[in-house]
Design a protein around this ligand. Structure first.
Ligand code: PLP
Length: 412
């Protein structure tokens, strides 16, 4: 038994290989496919999710609370599993709220962030008793209105658009002009408005960036976020009881990516704790992560339907494609297309012997799952496995495009 690696070999997936086959939760792919009844499917591994959360708990300062941003993977079974492991959830729609309300997570540990919240969503959040991370002054007024109509006092965090961003991020979510959060300069006025409206001010939420593999950049930003909260707290009447610092912890997707140095992040955070204690003594410090919890714990499995050679180039045509996994095709915000780690899931004991391109079954040249990768020789019916598929895969894909069936998801 050994650990499966994808093409490029640098990514150790954590999925075990038995008799040449990748296994999920101890089940080999062929048996899993028979159980699921069809390909393609997504399979998520409970053990890997649990181990990931435990590895964070082991090294992070004890005062850090962990929250899961469920948009990374909102499968109800995954969210249920994480409910027993993390300290809170972050939701971004009434639909996601419904998913977390079906778990035992305490309501006061749920926050609702995101631009463009509708009035019915604000009302559902208030009725459920979750904290709303307000994204604008107008949204604050609308939330207060919803509170009056329901006879409840809204529990509010202000999401701040900082005057810095998380450098070296795959996606920038703060700094400059953004649709997210209240510009730092406007925040003192909005804090005054919180007082006038009589809402229950809890603290701040700052989300500076995502998919970051640079421990030093992450720590620098977390330090800036603590400083920002300290300086804004001088304008607040109530003490800061919550500081959601985002996180942006990335996972390695591509050749050459080095995994995040978690020990370095933990050391950097530990060094910030005394400042947080002194200046924000009542604040619950939260890291809000998505892909870092689940991204590496999932695989996408499709099957080779046709093997063809076009002018000397080998194409493995599969029953999967970008309608299930937009990110692997390179069309989910990537600047230059790069291959996700890929393997022939039932030939893990065989050496690579040919250069192939793995494509999906859609009528567009964009439907490319792996471009010119080295894989073992294959036959129709073999399993193609794409690693790092536990986050922003199925629910971030245009599954209705070409009217193929939706993929199945399983948690083992
Ligand atoms: C998407 C999102 C996250 C999770 O991002 P990851 O890159 O998956 O960790 C966290 N917080 C907010 C506000 C988000 O929008």
């Amino acid at each position: 038994m050994n650990e499966a690696t994808g093409s490029g070999r640098q990514i150790n997936s954590g999925f075990q290989v038995v008799d040449g086959s990748i296994t999920v939760g101890g089940v080999p792919l062929a048996r899993l496919a028979a159980r699921v009844g069809a390909t393609p499917f997504f399979a998520y591994d409970r053990r890997l999710i649990s181990e990931r959360v435990e590895s964070l708990r082991r090294v992070l300062p004890a005062e850090i609370h962990l929250s899961y941003a469920i948009k990374a993977n909102p499968m109800p079974a995954v969210v249920q599993h994480l409910a027993g492991l993390v300290d809170g959830f972050d939701v971004a729609s009434a639909g996601e709220l419904k998913t977390v309300l079906d778990t035992p997570m305490m309501r006061e540990r749920v926050s609702f962030a995101g631009p463009g919240k509708r009035q019915y969503e604000l009302k559902q959040a208030l009725a459920a008793g979750v904290t709303v991370n307000v994204e604008s002054g107008h949204e604050l007024d609308r939330l207060a209105e919803a509170g009056r109509s329901l006879g409840v006092v809204p529990r509010v965090c202000l999401r701040i658009n900082p005057d810095f961003d998380l450098r070296a991020s795959g996606m920038r979510m703060g700094g400059g002009a953004k649709q997210f959060g209240i510009d730092l300069e406007e925040a003192p006025a909005v804090l005054g408005r919180c007082r006038e409206l009589g809402v229950d001010f809890q603290g701040f939420h700052v989300y500076a960036g995502s998919q970051n593999l640079n421990a030093e950049a992450i720590c620098q930003t977390l330090g800036q976020i603590i400083d920002l909260a300290v300086s804004l707290s001088e304008h607040a009447t109530a003490g800061v009881r919550q500081l959601n610092m985002g996180g942006g912890f990335g996972i390695p997707y591509f050749a050459g990516n080095q995994p995040l140095d978690l020990a370095a992040v933990a050391d950097g955070l530990a060094a910030l704790m005394s400042r947080a204690h002194d200046r924000l003594p009542e604040a619950r410090l939260v890291l809000e992560l998505g892909r870092y919890f689940v991204g590496e714990a999932g695989i996408y499995v499709c099957r080779i339907v046709d093997r063809k050679v076009s002018r000397g180039q080998i194409f493995l045509v599969t029953d999967g494609g970008l309608h299930h996994h937009l990110a692997a095709s390179g069309n989910f915000g990537q600047v230059a297309r790069r291959n996700f780690p890929v393997a022939v899931g039932n030939r893990m004991d065989q050496p690579s012997s040919e250069t192939v391109s793995v494509v999906g079954c859609l009528c567009t040249p964009l439907d490319l799952l792996a471009d010119k990768v080295e894989l073992p020789g294959t036959e129709v019916g073999d399993f193609i496995v794409i690693f790092q598929s536990g986050a922003y895969a199925m629910t971030a894909s245009p599954k209705d495009f070409l009217s193929h069936p939706s993929p199945i998801e399983v948690l083992l």
